[in-house]
Design a protein around this ligand. Sequence first.
Ligand code: DQA
Length: 165
Amino acid sequence: MRRTSVKKRRKTDRVTRRILVLHGPNLNLLGSREPDIYGRATLEDVNRRLTAAAAAAGAEVQCFQSNHEGELVDRIQQAGREGVGFIVFNPAAYTHTSVALRDALAAVRIPFIEVHLSNIHAREPFRRRSYFSDLAAGTICGLGTQGYELALAYALVRAASEPRD
Ligand code: DQA
C-alpha cells in the first residue's frame, strides 16, 4: 500500500493564505476623516486593493471594520476558530487603550502586523504607546494606505513559504 507523506491539515491548523484585515474605530470614515492626516482614500478603496492583490497571489483576504471593541475581540476569536493564518490590524484608537484586544491576539496566537496610516510617533504623546507593538511580527506606520499593502505583501511572502492546504 502506498503511504502518503503529506500530512492532512486539521480544521484548526493555520492557513497563512487566509488573511484577515481588521480595522478599528472611525476607520469607516476614511476619505472624509481628517484627510490631511489619513488621506483621501476610502476604506472601500483600501479593502478593494487588498482583496485584488491577495487574489492575484492565490490568497484570500477577509476585511472587517468595527467601532466596537467587543466586536473586534469576537472577530479575532472567530479568526482563531477559522484557522486564519495572518492578521493585518489597524487598531486605531484602541491601539493606545485596549488590553482586551491585546489579550485576544495573544490568545489566538495568530501572527499579525500592526498598521497605522499616520506616524503615531510624530503626533500627540499619548499615541506613542501601543498595546500591540511588542506582540506584533512588525509595525508599519506613517506610510498611509501603502502600509496596508506592504503588510499584505509580507503576509503573502510568508504564505508562499508554507505548504498548501
Ligand atoms: C491610527 C492612529 C491612531 O492614533 C488613531 O486613533 C486612529 C488611526 C492611524 O491609522 O494612523 O484612529 O491608527
